[in-house]
Design a protein around this ligand. Structure first.
Ligand SMILES: Cc1ncc(COP(=O)(O)O)c(C=O)c1O
Length: 321
C-alpha cells in the first residue's frame, strides 16, 4: 500500500479516495504524508457506491490519483472498480486498488478493471505466511514513476529502483527474503492445482453456507446479498450480545479466533474470515456449531439450526468442498 501511494502521489497531487471502511482511511493517511491533497468520497460502512456515483464523482473532482479497496475487510463489502477506473483514465488519473483480501478469493481482473497499481498480501487468499506484498504496476503507472517531477523520499519503496532489481538489469537493491518467495510460490502452485475458478467457487459456496447458517439462527448480515465478500463475513450483533462474549466462547472452546468490528462498527458486528485453505466445508460447519452454542450461552434466542441450514445450502450446490 505504501509503495503504491508513495510512488504515485507527488506533493500537490489530488488524491480521490473512495472511502467506506478502515483500510481506505489508511490510504488517505499515507497520501497526506506523501504531500497529496486528499478528497474523500464517503459511503456508510457496510455499503458501497454504484457505477453511476463513481463515474460522477471522478469526473467532478478530476483528481491525479484515485484509490479504492476492492474487498473491504473491515466491513465485508465488495467494491466495484470498473466504472471508477474508466472515468479516472478519462481525466488522466491513475488508479490504486487494494487487493489484500481479494487476491485468490474472488476475481479482480486487474487490467480489465483498469487498476494501475495493485497491492496484496501473502497471508490471506494465498494462504502463505505473512511477510510479502505482491504488487503490480501498469505501463502507465511505470511511465509516471519514471517521469516524476519530484524524487521519491523513500529509498526502499522506490519502484524505479525495485524494477531495476527484479527486472533484466538485476541491480542490487535489497536482500530478497527468498524463503518467503518459495512459500508464496508454493501457495500459488497449490492455487493453480486447484484451479482459480474452482477456488473462487469454493469461497463463494462456503460464504453462502455460512450466511444461510447464521441467518437460520436469526442473525442479520451487515452487507446486502450480492455485495458480500466471499472471504469475510460480518453478521450484525443482536441487542445485548457483545463480540467479546462470543469471541471468548470460541477461543476458549476450540481456539477459534474471530474478530469484532472496529471504527464505526465497533461493538456492532462480528468479523469472520473464511479464506484461503481455511475456506472449507468442515470449518464452516464447525464454526457454525460453535457460534450457535456461543450465542445460546450468551442468552440469545437462537431460531433454527445453523448447521442444518448450511448443510442444505451445500446439498443444493454439490460441488462445494
Ligand atoms: C483490505 C486490507 N488492506 C490492507 C490491510 C493491511 O495489511 P497488513 O496487515 O498485512 O499490513 C489489510 C489487513 O487486514 C486489509 O484487510
Amino acid at each position: 500500500m505504501e509503495a503504491c501511494v508513495a510512488n504515485l502521489v507527488e506533493p500537490g497531487s489530488k488524491v480521490l479516495v473512495f472511502s467506506n471502511g478502515f483500510f481506505c482511511d489508511r490510504i488517505c493517511e499515507m497520501a497526506k504524508r506523501n504531500g497529496g491533497t486528499v478528497v474523500r468520497y464517503e459511503k456508510p460502512w457496510g455499503t458501497t457506491w454504484t457505477d453511476a456515483e463513481a463515474r460522477e464523482v471522478v469526473l467532478a473532482e478530476r483528481p491525479n490519483v484515485v484509490a479504492y479497496v476492492t474487498a473491504e475487510t473491515s466491513t465485508g463489502v465488495i467494491n466495484s472498480g470498473k466504472a471508477l477506473a474508466e472515468a479516472a483514465h478519462e481525466v488522466g488519473a491513475l488508479v490504486i486498488g487494494d487487493c489484500v483480501t481479494s487476491l485468490g478469493t474472488m476475481p479482480i481482473n486487474i487490467d480489465e478493471t483498469g487498476i494501475d497499481a495493485a497491492f496484496s498480501c501473502s497471508q490471506k487468499g494465498l494462504g502463505a505466511p505473512p511477510g510479502l506484498s505482491p504488487i503490480t504496476m501498469s505501463p502507465r503507472a511505470m511511465e509516471f514513476i519514471r517521469n516524476r517531477k519530484t524524487p521519491l523520499q523513500s529509498w526502499y519503496l522506490d519502484l524505479k529502483l525495485i524494477d531495476e532489481y527484479y527486472g533484466a538489469q538485476h541491480r542490487y537493491h535489497h536482500t530478497a527474503p527468498i524463503s518467503m518467495f518459495y512459500a508464496v510460490r508454493e501457495a500459488i502452485a497449490i492455487a493453480e492445482e486447484e484451479g482459480i475458478e474452482a477456488r473462487f467457487e469454493r469461497h463463494r459456496q462456503n460464504r453462502d453456507a455460512f450466511v444461510a447458517g447464521v441467518e437460520a439462527m436469526g442473525l442479520t448480515m451487515l452487507v446486502e446479498n450480492g455485495k458480500r465478500l466471499p472471504a469475510l463475513q460480518t453478521p450484525l450483533l443482536p441487542e445485548g450480545i457483545t463480540d467479546a462474549g462470543i469471541r471468548k466462547h470460541l477461543m476458549e472452546g476450540d481456539g477459534i479466533e474471530i474478530l469484532g468490528g472496529f471504527g464505526q462498527l465497533a461493538g456492532k458486528i462480528l468479523r469472520i474470515g473464511i479464506m484461503g485453505y481455511g475456506s472449507r466445508r468442515e470449518n464452516v460447519l464447525l464454526l457454525l456449531d460453535r457460534l450457535e452454542k456461543a450465542f445460546k450461552a450468551e442468552g440469545f434466542a437462537v431460531k433454527g439450526s445453523a448447521v442444518a441450514a448450511a448443510e442444505s445450502c451445500y446439498a443444493a450446490a454439490p460441488a462445494a468442498r
